[in-house]
Design a protein around this ligand. Structure first.
Ligand SMILES: O=c1ccn([C@@H]2O[C@H](COP(=O)(O)O)[C@@H](O)[C@H]2O)c(=O)[nH]1
Length: 271
């Protein structure tokens, strides 16, 4: 089944929220864990226990695992496998992008179902040109995986590049239009998504890409359900709001983490 179909079915079954696994040093401390590989392992295992099979998407942030070198990456690999084993869709936030031949190696590393770190979808950066992302789209399609392209990021500096004019459009507008073309008329939606922050402010963008919209910036960065409703109105059913620290702050108690994730979904569905 295509990633678009799997994502739509998971949202229907569990609600739209994506819960991020971001083991910040201060969260490890709050959870009574060391800022070391053992702490990381305990943190990730607790997140798996809390969220696997209970939410549609989990988004591990690779940077917080890479911080601990090869042993941290090994923890990430086990975390991804444990989550996927339960059917929870894993969106790995790695923001990759490179020249064609290297992009293919990155795509093989994450999107080839036989790779040790195979995930359901990854985030990529279009900064080397949208065409440089072709290997990611090709490998994803072959493996029923997804790709989320940074379009309008949640950080305040993103607009410097993303709002830059490009002919009669903008850099972000062009990324969104190209994703729309790639997704064609796939039903229920195509596998190629955009990252659009809940914090972008204005609602003047055509976000109808017939693909999933991964929406970080919701929660700890200040984005609210009202922002999501205002920004995504007609394409709300394709929106995957993603939140990490807001939910993780409820840990390390597994029941409290589950309750926090459930209340995010309830709030979103109520919108
Ligand atoms: O535009 C973007 C793209 C990615 N992120 C990532 O999402 C999470 C946000 O964490 P919170 O704790 O919910 O703020 C983090 O991993 C970022 O690297 C983003 O924030 N904005």
């Amino acid at each position: 089944m295509s990633f678009g179909s799997r994502a739509a079915a998971a949202m229907q079954a569990y609600g739209p929220a994506c819960i991020g696994i971001d083991p910040h040093a201060n969260l490890l401390e709050q959870w009574g864990l060391g800022d070391d590989v053992d702490g990381l392992e305990r943190f990730a295992a607790t997140c798996v226990e809390a969220f696997a099979g209970r939410v549609a998407f989990v988004k591990p942030q690779s940077a917080f695992f890479e911080r601990f070198g090869a042993r941290g990456v090994a923890v990430l690999e086990r975390t991804v496998a444990d989550l996927r084993h339960t059917g929870t869709l894993v969106v790995l936030d790695v923001k990759r992008g490179d020249i064609d031949s290297t992009a293919r190696a990155y795509a093989d590393a994450y999107l080839d179902e036989d790779a040790p770190m195979a995930v359901d979808a990854i985030t990529v950066s279009p900064f080397l040109g949208f065409g440089s992302l072709t290997p990611f789209f090709e490998v994803a399609e072959l493996n029923d995986a997804g790709v989320f392209v940074l379009a309008l990021t949640s950080n305040a500096d993103g607009h410097e590049v993303q709002h830059a004019r490009r002919g009669d459009t903008t850099v972000a507008g062009d990324v969104l239009a190209r994703l729309r073309a790639l997704n064609g008329d796939a039903r229920p939606m195509g596998p190629f998504g955009a990252v659009v922050g809940a914090t972008i402010g204005d609602a003047d963008w055509d976000l109808d890409i017939n693909g999933p919209l991964l929406v970080p910036g919701f929660g700890a960065q200040g984005g609210t359900v009202a922002d999501i409703r205002r920004l995504f109105g007609s394409v709300l059913d394709h929106v995957i709001p993603s939140t990490s620290r807001q939910v993780l702050a409820a840990g390390p108690d597994v029941a409290a983490l589950r309750a926090s994730a459930a209340s995010v979904n309830a709030e979103l569905v109520g919108s």
